[in-house]
Design a protein around this ligand. Sequence first.
Ligand SMILES: NC(=O)c1ccc[n+]([C@@H]2O[C@H](COP(=O)([O-])OP(=O)(O)OC[C@H]3O[C@@H](n4cnc5c(N)ncnc54)[C@H](OP(=O)(O)O)[C@@H]3O)[C@@H](O)[C@H]2O)c1
Length: 249
Amino acid sequence: MVACARDADRLAEALAGVPGATGIPADVSSATERTALVERVVAEHGRLDAVVLNAALGYAALVEDTPQDAVEAMVATNLTGVVDLARLALPHLFTSAAERGRADILVTASSAALAQVPPLTIYSATKAGAHGFVKGLRREVTARGVRVHSVTPGPVSTEWLVRGRGAAPTSDADAEGRLSPGIRPERVAEQVARSLTSYWSRTVAVPRWMGVARLGEVPPIDRLLDMTLSRQTGRIRRVTERMVADRTR
Ligand SMILES: NC(=O)c1ccc[n+]([C@@H]2O[C@H](COP(=O)([O-])OP(=O)(O)OC[C@H]3O[C@@H](n4cnc5c(N)ncnc54)[C@H](OP(=O)(O)O)[C@@H]3O)[C@@H](O)[C@H]2O)c1
């Protein structure tokens, strides 16, 4: 198993004690680094059986308050990075599927891909794009043995809120007290593991009841969300900034 992140020290910390795991520091928002990453994994391991596209950034803010570099980082990481890594991996996954009978691509999307809510409008748009990519790619590759999964978690207790604001923790100890509210990340990991052994391609919400987010597409609910949330933008801005400030000071 090969894992990737930009911070080499955190990557080593995360993989310490995981048998058979190696880390390759890389930035998946860079086209050059994506190509080098896939080439290196195949050169060192001889094959590619499954790709989990989990890296993403979220800058929690109203659209009007979001800086341009944050917009570009979210699109490059959450959407371009996902699509292009899948594209680069596909030839190797087809080989693996022909030899082993299966290969897998899994995208960590979000319930925000199913129902878009401020202050995550831009993030939600990138996740809706990644989720849509999964559905289209399935229709290209299923008959050739490649499963394509989308895991759509609701709020998970992780470092995303502070990482998105450029204040990522430098160690697990530094992360204490700075995590976002939500379920344990292990619950998402369990669904990732189940997907990688399931017979069919899966779309799975975590927890399962978060699948109700799809109801946001139903016209009367959609209209209701527009009317209520757009009247609350001042409050949404204040609550978001307080949550960020509490974790970054
Ligand atoms: N937390 C939630 O509430 C929630 C809800 C729904 C979906 N999700 C999704 O779950 C996935 C994991 O997010 P998380 O909540 O665990 O966030 P996180 O704590 O911020 O972790 C993100 C991970 O991605 C890596 N990463 C970020 N940008 C990268 C880049 N350009 N290249 C390589 N690695 C990069 C980070 O390491 P480096 O910074 O060292 O690169 C970090 O290991 C994401 O797809 C996120 O959108 C999260």
